[in-house]
Ligand binder design. Structure first.
Ligand code: ZN
Length: 164
């Protein structure tokens, strides 16, 4: 079947959604560093190669593209062409995410997922807000899996923390 998206456009999509060291990611890192939180980058020796690792908090952070990791938000939409290809690809990603999540939790790591919709598009938060949510997640010892999402999705609890 013909692919209607040109290779140039496809690579732009990939760069925009999947890239390491994207602008929001770097901005969040800087903000955390400024507030005294120290981390390692793209740790290859941990399942899923987390984007940030906070050894002191035994916490890993993933910055997930909503498309690639199937976040049920406004940024997720299966392309109308080559549907089966995309469904299979994304299902594979989601399955891998689940396995890696299980491995990390088993090893005693806490996991924070920052979804793309928290930093991009109509539901985005400010960088300091995302940094504050990340910090409150780092210091939250009651749960080992925390997601930070855009404004109109779940995660109201964390927003409430910000209001307090
Ligand atoms: Zn999302």
């Amino acid at each position: 079947m013909a692919d209607v998206v040109t290779p140039e456009k496809r690579s732009l999509m990939m760069a925009g959604i999947k890239g390491k060291n994207t602008r929001p990611e770097v901005a969040i890192r800087k903000e955390l560093h400024k507030r005294g939180y120290r981390y390692k980058l793209h740790s290859k020796d941990l399942p899923g190669k987390p984007d940030l690792v906070f050894p002191k908090y035994k916490t890993v952070v993933f910055v997930h593209g909503c498309f690639w990791h199937r976040h049920h938000c406004h940024l997720f939409k299966i392309p109308s062409t080559r549907r089966d290809f995309w469904e299979e690809k994304i299902n594979g990603n989601v399955l891998r995410d689940e396995i890696q999540k299980g491995q990390l939790l088993e090893k005693g790591w806490k996991i924070i997922v920052i979804w793309e919709c928290a930093v991009k598009g109509k539901t985005r938060l400010t960088i300091p807000q995302v940094a504050m949510l990340t910090i409150s997640a780092l210091n939250d010892n009651t749960t080992s899996f925390i997601q930070i999402t855009g404004q109109d999705t779940q995660c109201q609890n964390l927003h409430n923390i910000l209001q307090e």
